[in-house]
Design a binder for this molecule. Structure first.
Ligand code: E4P
Length: 222
């Protein structure tokens, strides 16, 4: 499974990029609004840090506006993927932008039928929002499973990008069911590596090593 970070924070992206395991970035208007500075400059900088798909979302709600914004985002860097919301206008914009050769990530997907229409409209990524469904007592992971099953039956050139992943178990479940991509906040990404037994085990190895060295040094000094 490809790992994307769901953030517009250059500090977080810089730290994570050094590990070489981050395959792309998803941003959204809320995430960009949290950062100081011009969104265009931030997106350009993200593209410099990570060599992979970088989602930039349109904020227009009508198809002509989305298409114009999408073209503009796409002109910033070849790695930019235009994010369009899964509305009627978003679907029109997705068809138009994908016909022009721009990659579209159709976002705010909450049903398998939305994902099916997005793929048919030419979206290269669909983003089912797992956590937001869980928030309303609806099992978000089942949506990911349904979309994967549907896409398996056909030949869509469209990846399932499990989004709104809120904790490491979401990541485990998405990977187990074969989601192509999982996008997550930096805190969740960090949680993928940490394990208390690793820390305890490492401490014991180092303590034993140090103790043995001291004993050898004492023997040699006699
Ligand atoms: C994905 O593209 C979205 O930006 C994101 O995953 C939304 O996550 P949230 O529901 O935790 O805000």
């Amino acid at each position: 499974m490809k790992i994307f970070l769901d953030t517009a924070s250059l500090t977080e992206i810089q730290e994570a990029s050094a590990l070489g395991v981050v395959d792309g970035i998803t941003t959204n208007p809320s995430l960009l609004a949290r950062e100081a500075g011009d969104p265009e400059t931030i997106l350009r900088e993200i593209c410099r840090l990570i060599d992979g798909p970088i989602s930039a979302e349109v904020v227009a709600t009508d198809a002509p506006g989305m298409i114009e914004e999408g073209r503009h985002w796409a002109s910033l860097h070849p790695n930019i993927v235009v994010k369009c919301p899964c509305t009627l206008e978003g679907l029109k914009a997705t068809r138009a932008l994908s016909s022009e050769g721009h990659r579209v990530n159709m976002t705010l997907i909450f049903s398998p039928t939305q994902a099916l229409l997005a793929a048919k409209a030419g979206a290269r990524f669909v983003s089912p929002f797992v956590g937001r469904l869980d928030d309303i007592a609806t099992p978000g992971m089942e949506l990911v499973r349904d979309i994967l099953q549907i896409f398996d039956n056909y030949d869509f050139d469209c990846e399932v990008l499990a989004a709104s992943l809120r904790h490491p178990m979401h990541v485990v479940e998405a990977a187990k069911m074969g989601a192509h991509i999982g996008t997550m906040p930096y805190a969740v990404f960090n949680g993928l590596l940490k394990h208390p037994l690793t820390d305890i085990g490492l401490k014991k190895f180092l303590d034993d090593w140090e103790k043995a060295r001291k004993e050898m040094a004492t023997k040699a000094a006699r």
